[in-house]
Design a protein around this ligand. Structure first.
Ligand code: ADP
Ligand code: F6P
Length: 320
């Protein structure tokens, strides 16, 4: 193998740069050249890339975002776009491509792998942690820590003014971030898109919590559960408590990657380049039971990662 391509796609995640650095330097140790496609799948449609050498990825290990930039690229779902990307890979003699991104990007990687001779390797990176087959994605740990640090501060004001806070965290369709954050901040309630919530139940829980002597509460809610502002005003009306909404927003996607996200990125990069150099493709590298391994891209894409709903029960017990 002489040339490997690398691309970051979809929502950025802290640790993507660490993964790019890893791919470049591990490939270099195997005498493989690396080119970085720019702005996600777009770069493969416009043949826009730059050569990456070990020195050109210096000083990025600790940086959030991605030096290659990223994009949402709706046209990549069309056959013509996949064909164009396959042509770009062939034109540049790219024998292996490392796709660093979330669930959507890995779906794109799978479709591309069906239409090209280039070996395709997925590297899960997303603050949503929604890729099937891996216990963790690059960036998830960082986002959890970012949200926890913010909510610890919100807890101070919630306790002081005896208020209820709904803290909205990211997660348009999945609740992994909300669940992990909720448990680690001791949230009185966690609302995730996977579980339909009933207003009455929420009101009851708040009232019971008050009766137990709790004068404030933190509700961690994923953005995808619905209109959190409206929910805040409904809780206020029903319980008589003062309720505030705090939307953490895009800070959760940025910032320096945590040690854990950097380590995972480096280990994933190593496995991805190693597999490609051995002639293996159409796979995604994953973390399973503490070990780095890989599964077929097809398996990762066709299966929905399950949220451990038992942890919602645990969170409830911990918050009593
Ligand atoms: P993430 O990778 O963070 O989950 P998205 O869901 O936005 O982010 O997906 C990133 C990109 O991957 C999309 O903008 C699109 O270009 C591509 N993609 C997603 N799903 C598919 C699919 N089924 N087929 C081809 N490309 C896809
Ligand atoms: O990166 C994942 C994610 O943060 C989701 O949780 C969220 O729904 C989405 O991206 C929002 O990002 P954008 O505004 O870039 O589409």
């Amino acid at each position: 193998m002489k040339i490997i391509g690398v691309v970051t796609s979809g929502g950025d995640a802290p640790g993507m740069n660490a993964a790019i650095r890893g791919v470049v330097r591990i490939a270099n140790s195997k005498n493989i050249e690396v080119i970085g496609f720019e702005r996600g799948w777009e770069g493969l449609l416009t043949n826009s890339f730059r050569r990456l050498a070990p020195r050109s990825v210096g000083g990025i290990l600790h940086l959030g975002g991605t030096i290659l930039h990223t994009s949402r690229c709706p046209e990549f779902k069309k056959d013509e776009a996949i064909k164009k990307a396959a042509e770009t890979l062939a034109l540049n003699n790219v024998e292996g491509l490392v796709v660093i991104g979330g669930d959507g990007s890995l779906h794109g990687a799978l479709e591309l792998s069906k239409k090209t001779n280039t070996l395709i390797m997925g590297v899960p990176a997303s603050i949503d942690n929604d890729v099937f087959g891996t216990d963790e994605t690059i960036g998830f740990d960082t986002a959890v820590n970012t949200a926890v640090n913010e909510i610890d501060k919100i807890r101070d004001t919630a306790v002081s003014l005896e208020r209820i806070f709904i803290v909205e965290v990211m997660g348009r369709t999945r609740g992994f971030l909300a669940l992990n954050v909720g448990i680690t901040v001791g949230a009185e309630m966690i609302l995730v898109p996977e579980v339909k919530y009933e207003n009455e139940k929420i009101f009851r829980t708040i009232k019971e919590s008050k009766e137990k002597g709790k004068r404030s509460a933190i509700i961690v809610a994923a953005e995808g559960i619905g209109d959190n502002r409206q929910l805040a005003s409904e809780i206020e009306k029903a319980t008589g408590s003062e309720v505030r909404l705090s939307v953490l927003g895009y800070t959760q996607r940025g910032g320096n990657p945590s040690a854990r996200s950097r380590l995972l990125a480096s280990l994933f990069a190593d496995e991805a380049v190693e597999l490609l150099s051995k002639g293996q493709g159409s796979r995604a590298v994953v973390l399973r039971n503490g070990k780095i391994t890989s599964i077929e891209l097809e398996e990762s894409c066709k299966t929905d990662k399950l949220l451990d709903l038992g942890l919602l029960t645990l969170a409830k017990v911990l918050a009593t």
